[in-house]
Design a binder for this molecule. Structure first.
Ligand SMILES: O=C(O)C1=C[C@@H](OP(=O)(O)O)[C@@H](O)[C@H](O)C1
Ligand SMILES: C=C(OP(=O)(O)O)C(=O)O
Length: 425
């Protein structure tokens, strides 16, 4: 599909939605299973471009990742080079695989899409060097680069700059139990997306790794990584557009199997959507969101939940007052420069947008039809779909970008809006 005419909202939406597994949990589960001391089973892993690339990258290093029905079976093997890894546009592959590759017994080259070559990675590369690993990046601090694995990584005390992505911290922590001296990771500055770092720490603990918070960062003790069979939670960030539809339509959307407790940043939708005028309840089915009379504006620091920004910003353009979203400077290094892309898209449908150094001010205006780009960004397609509920004539070019985390998004969106559908997924 070259372009997609997004559907307008029907008079009522009252649907229970099931969603595939979390990208972030699937990525961590794959990496830890790959360095574990036995085979692991992943139940309901996300099958999408990012996680398929992670599996393919691990296979290239000698790890067995095979399908058993809808499950993945992961069988660790000696990590080997030479190998090449295609990271596509996946930040998780870009930052989680190089520390694993450093444990291989030969060179591993990582590259990906044109835009991946622009995504910042100097923090990770410098961090690996601090662990004693030779990395050849031509001085760019970005892909493509080659990690020269020697079969062992020293580790030790390392100061890293993770201000551009929390994935720098997560990537180093995930492999660190296999470093000879473990890792005492010290932060040189701030780190966005802290719930994702907490997710890493908790997943490590579930694999029997001893990881401690320190004054300046985290310490991972060297030792074995236990194999774990795990059922992957639904992806709560990908729930955002579906729940947003309840607010835009004044309808009701329930996401099934919403975890009672989770480190996924999408959990914060529960509070954020209340601020935006929704009624939110946990029911026997899951998380139920009911839209109010209008969408209320949002003034919030989204630094912890940056990946929710595109859909929340789309809601802001449909709100009954101006919004201000801050704490998200690092979104300029995501799949696209999301602050620039959101400025362009929201302006095209009639909002007035001001870019701040670390965010956006969004003042809704009279809505108008527009042809929007996807910017090769799954979440920009989802944001356009939310706008299209309220704006007749929204067309998105290259909607296939959703394959990054939710390949059948447009079908699911059509089902959400189909009359009398009740339950889907
Ligand atoms: O660790 C993870 O799984 C992720 C961390 C975050 O990255 P940043 O800290 O680079 O925003 C998030 O935006 C990304 O979608 C997934
Ligand atoms: C920032 C995102 O992805 P990545 O893991 O590629 O950084 C995202 O999914 O919103």
């Amino acid at each position: 599909m070259d372009s997609w005419s997004t559907p307008l909202a029907p008079p009522t939406v009252d649907v229970v939605v099931s969603l595939p597994g979390s990208k972030s949990i699937t990525a961590r589960a794959l990496v830890l299973a790959a360095v574990a001391d036995g085979p692991s089973r992943l139940v309901r892993p996300l099958r999408a471009r990012d996680t398929d690339l992670m599996a393919a990258g691990l296979r290239a290093l000698g790890v067995g990742v095979t399908e058993d029905g809808d499950d993945w079976l992961v069988v660790p093997g000696p990590l080997r080079g030479p190998a090449t890894v295609d990271a596509g546009l996946a930040g998780t592959v870009l930052r989680f695989l190089p520390p694993v590759a450093a444990l291989a017994d030969g060179p591993v080259t990582l590259d990906g899409d044109e835009r991946l070559r622009e995504r910042p990675n100097a923090g990770l590369i410098e961090g690996l060097r601090g662990c004693g690993v030779t990395v050849d990046d031509g001085g760019r601090g970005r892909a493509p680069f080659t990690v020269h694995g020697t079969g062992a990584v020293r580790g030790g005390t390392v100061t890293v700059d993770a201000s551009e992505s929390s994935q720098v911290v997560s990537g180093l922590l995930l492999a660190a139990a296999r470093f000879t001296d473990g890792l005492d990771l010290r932060l040189a500055g701030g780190v966005p997306s802290m719930p994702h770092v907490q997710m890493t720490v908790e997943t490590l603990a579930e694999h029997g790794v001893l990881v401690q918070r320190t004054d300046t960062g985290w310490r991972v003790h060297p030792g074995p990584v236990a194999a774990v069979d795990r059922v992957v939670e639904p992806d709560l960030s990908n729930a955002a557009p579906f729940l947003a539809a309840a607010l835009v339509t004044g309808g009701r959307v329930t996401v099934r199997d919403w975890p009672l407790r989770t480190t996924q940043p999408g959990a914060q939708l529960e509070q954020l959507l209340v601020v935006m005028g929704a009624d939110v309840q946990r029911t026997a089915d899951g998380l139920q969101v009911t839209g109010g009379e209008t969408v209320r504006p949002l003034v919030a620091d989204l630094g912890e939940v940056g990946e929710l920004t595109p859909v929340l910003a789309a809601l802001c353009a449909l709100a009954d007052g101006p919004s201000r979203l801050t704490g998200i400077a690092h979104l300029r290094g995501h799949e696209t420069d999301r602050l620039q892309a959101l400025d362009e898209v929201l302006t095209a449908v009639g909002a007035t947008v001001t870019q701040l150094p670390d965010g956006l001010e969004i003042t809704p205006g009279p809505l108008r039809a527009a042809e929007l780009d996807s910017y090769a960004d799954h979440r920009m397609v989802m944001a356009a779909a939310v706008l299209g509920l309220a704006v007749e004539g929204v067309v998105v070019r290259d909607p296939g970008a959703v394959a990054k985390t939710l390949p059948d998004f447009t079908d699911r969106w059509a089902q959400l809006l189909a009359p009398g559908v009740g339950a889907m997924g």
